[in-house]
Design a protein around this ligand. Structure first.
Ligand code: NAD
Length: 266
């Protein structure tokens, strides 16, 4: 299968680390020019840019807080200034700010909803406006492709993380409603819902052998995921090989959604 993504342009939010960095690098390996969005660590973003350029690709780093409307406008402006068009948005940036429900402060609630849900809304809206204006072109069968980075917690409730699970549940309905509204414009919108992927966000779930063993009881496939597992699916969903896929959520989770507690080994 050929993905034929060469010379397309992508904005990947929160791509200085983790899943975002992996998706940006994966797309760049397919010939996509990538805007690496970062929030605080310019150095990490420049490292990703260097890696992409070192492998013969093209990338720029742009600072923007995804929860800030003005920043998001600047981010897409910078993309169009550098590359002239936009084909792909990977709305990936996200945080956790965990607390038991009764002690969760309004600040913790608003921060997670602001970045994980409103941040995706702002980025998706900006990208959709650009895709609509561009219309269908000769780089792809779609006018534009949006990937929302969700989580298995758009389905699995998560005590102690109510703000996070609420944001991810919201992304599911936002993604499906956007997909329905934007399909006539030939804009495809899908979500990837990762299970446990080894990144900074969940370090305490894998950084000791005991923690990892406990985590793996939730993963029938028996290993923790890597950024590349998500990046591969992301590149596929962005390509014309997935041209008839819109409004779908792809769970990339080693079987975490299969209720492993009910298996004979559980
Ligand atoms: P990560 O912490 O490495 O990545 C999150 C990125 O978002 C970081 O680069 C961070 O700088 C950026 N970010 C945070 N606030 C931002 C803001 N206001 N503006 C712009 N960028 C901001 O963790 P990750 O695991 O790579 O997470 C990426 C996405 O994947 C998140 O949406 C997360 O919810 C989702 N996810 C991760 C897992 C997992 O197991 N790692 C599982 C399910 C879903």
């Amino acid at each position: 299968m050929k993905l034929k993504l060469k010379n397309q342009v992508a904005v990947v939010t929160g791509s200085s680390t983790g899943i975002g960095a992996a998706c940006a690098i994966g797309l760049a390996q397919e010939g996509v020019k990538v805007v690496i969005n970062y929030h605080s660590s310019k150095e990490e973003a420049e490292d990703v840019v260097k890696k992409i350029k070192g492998a013969g690709g093209s990338a720029i780093a742009v600072k923007a807080d995804v929860s800030d409307e003005k920043d998001i406008k600047k981010l897409f402006k910078a993309c169009l200034k550098e590359y002239g068009h936009l084909d792909i948005l990977v709305a990936n940036a996200g945080i956790q700010s965990d607390s038991s429900f009764t002690t969760m402060t309004l600040k913790e609630w608003n921060k997670v909803i602001g970045i994980n849900l409103t941040g995706q809304f702002l980025a998706c809206r900006e990208a959709a406006k650009i895709f609509r204006k561009q219309g269908v072109h000769d780089r792809s069968r779609a006018a534009g492709k949006i990937i929302c980075m969700s989580s298995v917690h758009d389905e699995i409730p998560w005590a102690g993380h109510v703000n996070y699970a609420t944001a991810k549940g919201g992304i599911k309905m936002m993604m499906e409603s956007m997909a329905q509204e934007l399909a006539p414009d030939k804009i495809r919108v899908n979500a990837i819902s990762p299970g446990a992927i080894k990144t900074d966000i969940n370090e305490d779930a894998w950084d000791t052998p005991e923690a990892l063993e406990k985590l793996l009881t939730l993963v029938p496939y028996g290993r923790i995921g890597q950024g590349e597992d998500i990046a591969n699916v992301c590149a596929f969903l962005c390509s014309d090989a997935a041209d008839y896929v819109t409004g779908a959520t792809l769970y990339v989770d080693g079987g975490m959604m299969l209720y492993p507690g009910f298996s004979d080994n559980g």
